[in-house]
Design a protein around this ligand. Structure first.
Ligand SMILES: Cc1ncc(COP(=O)(O)O)c(C=O)c1O
Length: 322
């Protein structure tokens, strides 16, 4: 596997990062996880498309600015194209990490919280194959089990930091203790526990809508759709959430109380690799509809957003081989 390290493509077994890198010592680093894919209508030699590339670059830009890291997020597209081309990949997960860098040990202690001098960020990227996306409109979203867990994390949830210890611990606990595939995190607040997000997903709930028509042709008209307000319970603004939110005005962001997980008709997890996944069991209790009509409709909506008739999101071939 060829990986990207600081501007070069190198065999992964030869890629070396200093043990004093601040990403390793402190988790002083940001990351992005991208989904590259091909559409069945693409010619065989077409460059891969990237889901929401511009939104990933925007989110990374916000994180870089918040952390005072000097790297050009516009490189995300061309470097991803080059990484995929070098590994002859089309359907793939692509990971990028930008750390604050490795301190010069002659200028101060390695673990100084404040680096003695501005550092050159360490940039690392790799890509691994994924199965192709099933674009068939009738295919059902996968169904997974989830368990709730306290959200013990910091309040800067909008920063996509590599410091994921709390997410990892919650996911391990959900897996080993509850045989669950994802932990849904609950942030304690004075007004009660609020749903924030999953350990690697955002959450959407569909409730019965008493005001909705009984015979709605569109399942989204018959349900009240909500997603946690990202400031009431700090959470990451997922690219998948952003895509769906921009396209679906019926999806309302509001504080979502923990108890609503038990009254929802559907609980839906969304994310770059998760896409649209239904929760079938939450804390050992069956969710009424999984996969339900809302998950099916959101899946179809996401597919139409990521692969519009014209491949507007393709990495330009010129850049793909840069
Ligand atoms: C904590 C968390 N929330 C939400 C998401 C979903 O974000 P995206 O749709 O950009 O993959 C992720 C993705 O890794 C995540 O780690």
């Amino acid at each position: 596997m060829l990986v990207h390290l600081n501007g070069e493509l190198v065999e992964h077994s030869r890629a070396a990062v200093s043990p004093f890198d601040r990403g390793f010592l402190f988790g002083d680093a940001l990351y992005e996880g991208l989904r590259a894919f091909g559409h069945p209508s693409d010619p065989p030699d077409a460059p891969p498309r990237i889901i929401g590339l511009g939104l990933h670059a925007e989110r990374l830009a916000r994180g870089l600015a918040a952390c005072g890291l000097d790297w050009d997020p516009a490189l995300l597209g061309p470097l991803t194209g080059a990484l995929l081309a070098a590994n002859a990949l089309r359907d793939a997960f692509v990971y990028w990490q930008v750390s604050r860098g490795t301190p010069d040990l002659s200028r101060g202690p390695a673990r100084a919280r404040v680096p003695a001098a501005a550092l050159r960020p360490t940039v690392f990227g790799y890509a691994t194959p994924l199965p192709p996306i099933d674009f068939s409109p009738a295919a059902a979203p996968p169904v997974k089990a989830a368990a709730t867990a306290p959200d013990t994390r910091w309040s800067l949830g909008s920063i996509k930091s590599t410091s994921l210890l709390a997410n990892v611990l919650a996911a391990i606990d959900a897996h080993h203790r509850h045989r669950a595939d994802e932990a849904i995190l609950l942030r304690p607040t004075p007004g009660g526990a609020l749903v924030s997000e999953g350990t690697h997903t955002n959450v959407i709930l569909a409730h019965a809508d008493p005001a909705g028509p009984n015979d709605a042709a569109d399942p989204l008209d018959a349900r009240a759709l909500s997603t946690p307000d990202l400031t009431a319970a700090p959470a990451l603004e997922g690219v998948t959430l952003r895509l769906l939110h921009q396209a679906e005005p019926r999806l309302r962001a509001r504080p979502v109380h923990a108890h609503e997980l038990h009254s929802a008709r559907e609980i839906i997890l969304i994310g770059t690799t998760t896409m649209v996944t239904s929760v079938g069991v939450i804390d050992g209790r069956a969710v009424p509809e999984a996969p339900g009509p809302v998950a099916r409709a959101l899946r179809r909506r996401l597919l139409s957003l990521i692969a519009p008739p014209h491949p507007a999101q393709a990495v330009p071939p010129r850049l793909a081989h840069a």
